[in-house]
Design a protein around this ligand. Structure first.
Ligand code: THU
Length: 135
């Protein structure tokens, strides 16, 4: 899917804005994410940490779960804003694959949001797990 430049820009801006709402007092590593549903809806999220570190939530999963909970199960794209345009963790890649195996992934450097690396979830997670691959 090729994203319209204006929509791509909006998605990037929403991911950067969401990053400001991260709750990351332990790692100090703030992450913002914005997912684009097939119908054009954008839902954003940020990482939310916990004193019991293992309970911390990644921004990508917060955004994707928020979209699904709002009724949007088909995701076309995600923008992820971090310092240094980090790629999503492995767990988030698999989580995102559930709702957008073909999704476009925009890796945004929050310190210079014009620095965007565009890739795809297929590229980041070539062999996605599907439950029916067990059968
Ligand atoms: N984090 C994300 O939000 N997304 C990722 O893909 C990797 C890591 C968060 C979790 C934790 O709050 C902080 O970044 C440092 O690991």
């Amino acid at each position: 899917m090729i994203l319209e430049p204006q929509l791509q820009q909006l998605l990037i801006e929403k991911s950067v804005a969401a990053r400001d709402r991260a709750y990351a007092p332990y790692s100090k590593f703030q992450v913002g994410a914005a997912v684009l549903a097939e119908d054009g809806t954008i839902v954003s999220g940020a990482n939310v940490e916990n004193a019991s570190f293992g309970l911390s939530l990644c921004a990508e999963r917060v955004a994707a779960a928020g979209a699904v909970a709002a009724g949007h199960q088909n995701l076309a794209a995600i923008a992820i804003a971090t310092c240094g345009a980090a790629a999503p963790c492995g767990a988030c890649r698999q989580f995102l694959a559930e709702f957008g195996p073909e999704m476009v992934v925009l890796l945004v450097d929050a310190d210079g949001p014009e620095n965007v690396r565009e890739t795809t979830l297929k590229n980041l997670l070539p062999e996605q797990f599907h439950l029916d691959s067990m059968r």
